[in-house]
Write a protein that binds this ligand. Structure first.
Ligand code: SF4
Ligand code: SF4
Length: 371
């Protein structure tokens, strides 16, 4: 396992995210401890020394599960990262003590202000949390203080400038680098010399398989690399990145990731160009090229707002099923489930899109996920 210095310690480049363990209940709250402990032990025994959790993961079971397993090892041989989320709980003092108990420790190595958003930044700045964390640090109960962000780059910068934070955790992957905020967030943090912990390097698994044509580009360049490993190699190659978190929940995935992090080689300029070519093709093939001209709309007997629903479907294809809720906000008389497949829309569409097929696809997803 390759390591990188962080202030006066050394952290493994790959960290274990403890939020994706298999659970035994439909709500995903009760982690299967046996399986999870096998993963944590394997990670520890193969050189991973950074373990990330949060008070809210699995409603507390993630911290309990990690604490139960990791506490059998010498305390100075691993680093614990956990977080306070003001949207879930206001009493940070009570929560902090509970976290020490759950994690069976008297010290949190990396403590994060969790999930900075536009709607909580002011509360985070005014609630006294940072002073409390500094107080805990002076008592030796916290080692480093950072924050994780899902806010805009502008809000991230505002928060980063409010306190001398030791590190920051952001969503960073090659898809969001080219099409989202990752690059601007990365640059804002590098400018401030704040080391970056990466979450979602494989975009919740979305980058572990691409379209066949996009995969072929990557396979031709490096037949021996897995598709997921390209995502990890990309973030590993960025000099501002400290630890890359992966929510591994089985040993095969762990072995592939460990192999990627066994050597310190970075993507070459040629590899970067190959990756950019592949991701641009992936995005193009993934996206339904509706131009929102609305020529189809007046011809739909079921009065379905076709372009708006296609926008939702594009979002779901690129960003996952959790975006299906957006279908509820579409201003439309008919829903995708009302489509009768008459094809009146398709003949009007300058892009010759197979609209009935997409309506059926979206309707099926919405039904499957109870929307
Ligand atoms: S195929 Fe569906 S979406 Fe297209 S016009 Fe007919 S009912 Fe409307
Ligand atoms: S006619 Fe085609 S391109 Fe235009 S809004 Fe409808 S689906 Fe989109």
């Amino acid at each position: 396992m390759i390591k990188k210095p962080f202030k006066d310690i050394e952290l493994s480049r790959l960290g274990l995210g403890n939020m994706r363990f298999h659970t035994s209940d439909p709500a995903g709250l009760k982690i299967k401890y046996d399986e999870a402990h096998e993963v944590i032990d394997y990670a520890y025994n193969h050189g991973i020394n950074y373990f990330d959790t949060a008070h809210v993961y699995n409603k507390g079971d993630s911290e309990r599960c990690l604490g139960e397993c990791i506490s059998k090892y010498p305390r100075d041989s691993y680093y614990l990262a956990t977080k306070f989320n003001i949207n879930a709980e206001k009493d940070y003092k009570r929560m902090f003590n509970e976290q020490l108990e759950r994690l069976k420790t008297d010290r949190i190595d990396f403590y994060l202000v969790h999930c900075l958003l536009e709607n909580n930044i002011d509360e985070y700045l005014s609630c006294g949390l940072i002073d409390f964390l500094e107080d805990m640090r002076s008592q030796g109960k916290i080692r480093y203080i950072g924050f994780s962000s899902h806010a805009s780059t502008q809000s991230l910068e505002r928060f980063a400038d409010s306190h001398p934070f030791d590190f920051c955790q952001i969503q960073l992957n090659y898809f969001d680098w080219f099409f989202g905020n990752s690059k601007s967030e990365y640059e804002a943090l590098v400018k401030r010399n704040i080391p970056i912990m990466v979450m979602e390097p494989v975009r919740g698994g979305r980058l572990s398989s691409l379209t066949p044509d996009a995969e072929a580009i990557l396979k031709e360049a490096h037949p021996e690399w897995s598709i997921s490993s390209w995502a990890l190699r990309f973030v590993k190659s960025l000099p501002g990145v400290q630890v890359i978190l992966s929510g591994m929940n089985d040993l095969d995935q762990m072995r592939d990731n460990l192999e990627t992090f066994s050597t310190d080689d970075n993507l070459s300029d040629e590899d970067m160009a190959t990756l950019e070519k592949a991701v641009r093709l992936f995005k193009k093939q993934l996206t339904i090229p509706c131009t929102a001209c609305r020529y189809c709309v007046d011809h739909c007997p079921m009065k379905i707002n076709i372009p708006e629903y296609l926008k939702v479907l594009n979002d779901v294809k690129a960003n996952g099923d959790m975006n299906l809720w957006k279908a509820k906000n579409v201003d439309s008389e008919g829903t995708p489930a009302d489509c009768i497949g008459c094809g009146s829309c398709t003949v009007q569409c300058p892009q010759s899109l197979e609209i009935p097929k997409y309506m059926a696809e979206l309707a099926e997803k919405l039904e499957k996920h109870g929307h």
